[in-house]
Design a binder for this molecule. Structure first.
Ligand code: SF4
Length: 453
């Protein structure tokens, strides 16, 4: 963000706090006052990392920030972002969302051509070094050079001493939006971050767009080297994004309600009550209930403070498992034929526990309805779901999954139904984890630790 004449770091903090759901391993903020870049990053949650005194060095009216969950590189402090590098064009801090596929090749080229050394094991450092050493007389030209060589998913912001450069990959795989605040500009992964700090959502950043913000103002440039194809991650709309964010022109909450309604059309069932697995399935459950005419109710209460903790639970608590996360409303559930709406089944390890919990609370029947089609393929573009071996739908048929969950019936939203709801029937979305149709050529053996060792 650029907040002319104001300190940007505190607003950046509240923006990151709104985006905590996008990564809980580490977080950080980098600022510039036009002369010097300062960075504070740590392992942990945003509220754990920043104390009052941590803001003292974070001076200047330009700031970028990041919350991380790892896709390439381990969960280590050296991989926390924003990452600060120094190159031919001086110092540059970078925060990246996504996953680069040709990392090893680019790393070797950087070593040979620019004699770069590396302090992390992330693909984000490679982007930062590429930007800091790219040919071109302006930052948008240097960003275009990076887009020529990067293969994969990337929305990133780079901070130099004088400018902020925001870049969204040509397929638009990961989200990015633009907002306005007073006489300043802000870009963020999701619009919920804008609203929380009083900024106004302007629009999504276009796939292949490069935005440069500095004291001279705002510039937008479009890279012309792409095919024009778009491939926004549809899983953002199903699960990852916050429901109060706007993506691809629609409120995510409304998209999820429509997914639930479509699920009700595809998999109707005679039942008494619809419940959702909180919080990410609530909107879809409401949509299912409205379409089917079956009443909706809360049935499970989620402990909102369950998240990543550095304290390992003792074995007795670990055995309680899903009970730590959800508490059933037995008086609501008991004796009812339930439709239970979930956003997705990835490994399939949680669902049997939820079904069991609901049965113990007296549910008469349990009809699982899942808002994502079966996930059969791993993601190489920024969502670290699981390996193919771990994905239950890659290795088990529907009857087997139903048996494993312990539900009376099981129904998944179809790929066609999903795409109909999001307006992606003629393209525009990545659905590779359901179909195997990757929008970029992927090396199927790529590991998140490919830059280590
Ligand atoms: S493979 Fe799935 S999770 Fe990954 S970008 Fe595509 S739709 Fe999103």
């Amino acid at each position: 963000m650029h907040m002319p004449g104001e300190e940007a770091s505190r607003l950046a903090f509240f923006g990151l706090f709104a985006l905590q759901h996008r990564g809980q391993e580490s977080a950080g903020i980098a600022t510039s006052d036009g002369h010097v870049i300062n960075v504070h990053s740590q392992m942990g949650l945003v509220t754990q990392i920043f104390r009052e005194q941590d803001f003292y060095p974070l001076v200047g009216d330009m700031a970028i920030g990041h919350t991380r969950y790892s896709t390439t590189g381990s969960s280590l402090l050296c991989n926390a972002q924003p990452i600060l590098v120094e190159g031919y064009h001086g110092k540059l801090a970078l925060a990246h969302n996504g996953n680069i596929i040709n990392t090893l090749q680019l790393k070797n080229q950087l070593k040979e051509q620019s004699n770069c050394s590396f302090s992390s094991t992330t693909d984000s450092e490679i982007i930062a070094l590429l930007m800091a050493n790219a040919p071109g007389t302006s930052w948008h030209q240097r960003a275009f050079h990076c887009m020529n060589v990067l293969n994969g998913a990337y929305s990133f912001v780079a901070l130099t001493e004088e400018s902020i450069i925001a870049v969204r990959d040509p397929l638009g795989i990961r989200p990015m939006c633009l907002g306005k605040i007073n006489n300043g500009w802000i870009v963020a992964s999701e619009s919920c971050a804008l609203e929380h700090i009083g900024a106004e959502y302007v629009r999504d950043v276009d796939p292949g767009e490069v935005i440069v913000i500095n004291k001279k103002g705002f510039e937008s440039h479009h890279w012309s080297g792409g095919s024009g194809q778009r491939a926004m991650c549809v899983f953002e709309l199903i699960y990852f994004a916050r429901p109060d964010s706007i993506m691809e022109g629609s409120l995510v909450y409304a998209s999820r309600q429509q997914m639930g309604a479509e699920l009700a059309k595809e998999h109707p069932v005679d039942a008494d009550l619809v419940i959702g697995i909180p919080d990410s399935s609530t909107a879809a459950a409401v949509g299912y209930a409205k379409e089917s005419g079956i009443p909706y109710s809360d049935g499970l209460i989620k402990n909102r403070y369950v998240g990543r903790t550095f304290i390992e639970p003792e074995q007795r608590l670990r055995d309680i498992g899903v009970r730590q996360k959800f508490n059933p409303l037995s008086e609501v559930i008991s004796g009812q034929r339930l439709v239970v709406v979930d956003d997705s089944i990835v490994r399939g390890t949680t669902t049997p526990h939820v079904v069991n919990l609901l049965r113990k609370s007296g549910a008469k029947e349990i009809h699982m309805r899942v808002c994502a089609p079966p996930i059969k393929y791993p993601c190489y573009m920024g969502v670290d779901m699981a390996t193919q071996d771990e994905l239950v739908a890659a290795n088990t048929d529907l009857a087997g999954i139903k048996k494993m969950t312990g539900a009376d019936t099981l129904g998944y939203l179809s790929v066609q139904g999903l795409l109909k709801v999001v307006g992606g029937q003629s393209g525009g979305f990545c659905d590779a984890c359901f179909t195997g149709n990757y929008p970029v050529p992927v090396q199927l053996q790529l590991s998140k630790l490919s830059l280590e060792g």
